[in-house]
Design a protein around this ligand. Sequence first.
Ligand code: PAF
Length: 281
Amino acid sequence: MFTAKTIVELKSRLSELDSMSCVCLVPTMGALHQGHMSLVKRAVEENAVTVVSIFVNPTQFDNLWDLDKYPRTLEADVALLEKISKDIIVFVPSAEEVYPEGQNSESYDFQGLEEAMEGAFRKGHFDGVGTVVEKLLHIVKPDRAYFGEKDFQQLQIIRKMVELKKIPVEIIGCPIVREENGLAWSSRNERLSKAMRKEASFIFKTLKTVKKKFGTKSVKSVLDWAKKQFEERPDLDLEYIVIAESETLRSLEEKRPNTKYRAFIAVFADSVRLIDNIALN
Ligand code: PAF
């Protein structure tokens, strides 16, 4: 397994490869779990060269405490990647390498995609994500890049950024991977107590019922029902539940034909913030 710590090391390794090979990038912040593994497996299957970046990006955290608490498990991450393929190139840059001019985000206009949900509750978050992903795409110059649908708003924003900046890369969204009890895999799950991890399975259970009700009930009554479920669960603190168009992420007022919708949710389980979403039609 080749690990590059600097851009120079990475570029020199990539330059040794056949220039016709299809190169892909799986950007991560490490603490790899089954969700990441599914992205990496698919990337390895579909491309000749897979670069996995592991970089805890400081500019996308609106909260220093959260940045500090973010798990850093490089050795275990590399061991997991090695199980998939020894040919993966791991890029583990330092903050100085990625941000030589200081840790600042670019200011993007994602044409409204950034306004609701995560963008509303985590100020500056998507500018940080856009900045680091744009930098990584410029460094690696992949033909394809893989992102999970758990962060569906992030996925749509990256698609928009690539379109606006005319970056020649195909963005591939991959389905959410869940623990046995339905909880979406996230690096944050490790911070939950055993009891809370079980309790948090209620998030997906609720989303599945929202999907069922969405077929026959009004949006308002579905959302009111879901909010009430959380009022009865004092251990789970609902931050938002939103039904929005999948494409524009505009909050839904009236159902329209030929339009795809999703329900999005953010919940605090103790101090751990969990997000999830589900396709409704
Ligand atoms: O989804 C993540 O882990 C991060 O937001 C990403 C895309 C790696 C950028 O830091």
